[in-house]
Design a protein around this ligand. Structure first.
Ligand SMILES: [Zn+2]
Length: 638
């Protein structure tokens, strides 16, 4: 009895120690004595294995990647159902520094990374380099966002202007292009910036995918995010300069089918991603072609045109043996259950889609959009104002809130790197690493085996190996986790002050998009974190005009608040703050005017407050808007 207990402890200890070395954490680890020999292959069998002694009911969809790896002092043995399983075993072998047996298979069949090469182009060598790093942690899908307003990035023979015109712009960076009025250029024009993948480039990327067992999924955006297409081929829009394709004209369908036809020839993946997000449908309202299409097809609402377009595209893909993937807006399009949904606006769209019978890939922006800063935005590259630490990604649990009866539709998870603010190749790698490793582990390993502190140590080792080039033979530019600052210190503990818990009267409402905790938010003692969208910052698309009631007349020595400044997402400091006090909420005496003194807006968290030395019961706090947004977390009175 006692012996059994001791052996049990030893076994579980060994498991924890083994975990600490292999990423992502394998399903089952059994350690043995001796010095491992990971260089000598004793045997390698690829066939049909039941792995019965480990699990009698291994899910069918996983079987593909399952493997059994045995390492002894004499060498190693692999058993795998497929070449993919063997490739995963070899990745594990590279990390083995002990003898023993590993039986392993992924939790999810889909573990992806999306790279947006429209906003800033990346060439085939760079893309293949990232695929090699992905394979080292068993990520198995690369989703390439190939087309968007900022540039078309793939050769299509039938439409040469897509690569002679739509792939080039005035403005090397996305920001310069935006500020210059989103102008396109001819390929050979002086100052033209951009690029595209040739068909040979794509073939090399696909071949690398086959070698590394990574599926490459192309995304061709439609009907929105298509301004570059309409610029090159104006007859595809409702009007010249339109940002969306015209679903009324038949030429649009010819175009889409011709383009997708060439895409299907290039990419062997069973899935083709067709975007489908963020369509304003503005130009469709007064387009004669669109209106005629609605009459002819009996479509009554303008959104029905998008459903019509998506259904036609789905029919075309089906006819060519492919399946459609789209962003979660497409839940409303009435597609067949065969269409797969990528849930980005949170998890709700994904859950709704699963209930409708669609397969779903979870990529909720709150946990998976790695275009957000991974550390203190004051020291990070200019971004979109979000904050998404490695730890937050790692703690995302895809099963949360998903009803058990639809879980079979959850294919997996994906990190998305949108590159509007990611200008250089180095910056792309900085954003990817180590954060995609968290997606890899959540996608592969059982939730109950995950442990952030242990993972963080492995992430440091992984990024070290990437930086010095020992992992793939190429050197990368990852974020240095050792220098991580972490969440804004102010968010870590609540504060106390005279107005805490006091009622606040809003003379101007907060924005319904950024309510934080509503009417208690400015006096709840909770300060915001680095990101304006973290649920603690209250957003105003107006002046902040509030009165706090302290309950009784009392001495006041200080009034102030911290404001966000993040020029990326159009958040600015107020031009000034005016403080007045009153005993009766009718007659106010102005006690301070605090001017804003920043010379140029840069990412910052600025306390605008002043000593006042007066008495009163009501404190009127007026922060005057300069432009766009104001964000504030707490009105502090002392
Ligand atoms: Zn139209």
């Amino acid at each position: 009895m006692k012996l059994k207990l001791i052996l049990g402890l030893v076994a579980s200890f060994s498991f924890a120690a083994a975990q600490a070395q292999i990423t992502p954490i394998p399903a089952m680890v059994t350690r043995a004595e001796g010095e491992p020999n990971t260089f000598h292959e004793l045997s390698c069998k690829v066939g049909r294995f039941s792995f019965e002694r480990y699990t009698a009911n291994l899910p069918e969809a996983f079987r593909e990647e399952a493997y059994l790896l045995t390492v002894t002092p004499d060498g190693y043995k692999i058993e795998a159902n497929t070449e993919t399983g063997k490739a995963r075993a070899l990745q594990t072998l590279r990390q083995m520094d002990f003898c023993g047996e590993i039986f392993d298979y992924p939790r999810f069949a889909y573990r992806g990374v999306m790279l947006d090469i429209s906003r800033h182009f990346r060439d085939k060598d760079f893309i293949i380099k990232q695929m090699e790093a992905m394979a080292s942690v068993k990520l198995n899908v690369l989703h390439l966002h190939l087309t968007d307003d900022a540039g078309w990035r793939i050769q299509i023979d039938r439409y040469p202007l897509l690569t002679r015109r739509a792939a080039w712009r005035k403005g090397a960076s996305w920001k310069e292009w935006q500020e210059g009025g989103q102008q396109y250029a001819w390929m050979d024009e002086e100052g033209a910036s951009g690029g595209f993948l040739t068909k040979d480039d794509v073939r090399e990327i696909v071949a690398a995918g086959e070698r590394l067992h990574i599926m490459v999924i192309p995304e061709i955006e439609m009907p929105a995010h298509s301004r570059e297409v309409v610029d090159a081929y104006p007859s595809l829009g409702c009007r010249e300069g339109s940002e969306e394709l015209c679903p009324g004209r038949e030429t649009t369908y010819d175009f889409l089918e011709n383009v997708l036809g060439e895409i299907i020839e290039l990419f062997p993946a069973p899935y083709i991603h067709v975007g489908g997000d963020e369509a304003s449908r503005r130009d469709w309202e007064d387009c004669a072609y669109c209106q005629a299409r609605m009459r002819r097809e009996g479509i009554t609402r303008i959104s029905g045109l998008q459903s019509y377009l998506m259904r036609r595209v789905e029919d075309f893909l089906h006819a060519h043996g492919r399946r459609l993937i789209g962003w979660d807006e497409m839940v409303d399009y009435g597609l067949t259950p065969d269409a797969t949904v990528m849930s980005w606006r949170g998890i709700e769209g994904g859950i709704e889609a699963m209930k409708q019978g669609h397969d779903v890939i979870m990529a909720p922006s709150q946990w998976c959009y790695i275009n957000n800063a991974q550390d203190n935005p004051l020291t990070e590259p200019m971004g979109e104002g979000g904050y998404l630490s490695l730890e937050r990604i790692y703690r995302y649990e895809p099963f949360d809130d998903v009803p058990p009866e639809v879980l079979k539709h959850l294919l997996g998870i994906q990190a998305c790197l949108w590159q509007e603010h990611v200008v250089t190749e180095e910056a792309t790698e900085y954003m990817l690493y180590p954060r995609i490793m968290a997606i890899a582990e959540t996608g592969w390993s059982r939730a109950e085996t995950k442990n952030y502190a242990d993972f963080r140590q492995r992430a440091i080792r992984w990024t070290d190996a990437l930086s010095i080039g020992t992992l793939t033979g190429k050197t990368f530019h990852p974020f240095n986790l050792r220098r991580e600052f972490g969440e804004r210190p102010a968010r870590r503990a609540d504060i106390d002050h005279l107005a805490k818990g006091c009622p606040v009267q809003y003379n101007m409402p907060w924005s319904p998009y950024y309510p934080a905790y509503g009417k208690t938010s400015l006096t709840d003692g909770r300060l915001g974190g680095w990101a304006y969208g973290d649920g603690r910052w209250q957003g105003f698309y107006s002046d902040v005009d509030v009165v706090v009631d302290l309950g009784e007349v009392q001495p006041i020595h200080f009034v102030g608040a911290t404001f966000l400044c993040q020029p990326g997402p159009w958040i600015f400091l107020p031009s000034d703050v005016t403080v007045s006090v009153s005993d009766d909420n009718v007659h106010f005496r102005q006690v301070a005017v605090i001017p804003q003194e920043m010379l140029e807006p840069v990412n910052s968290y600025i306390l605008m407050g002043a000593p006042v030395h007066c008495e009163g019961r009501y404190v009127h706090f007026l922060a005057t808007r300069t432009k766009e947004w104001i964000f504030m977390d707490e009105l502090i009175v002392n």
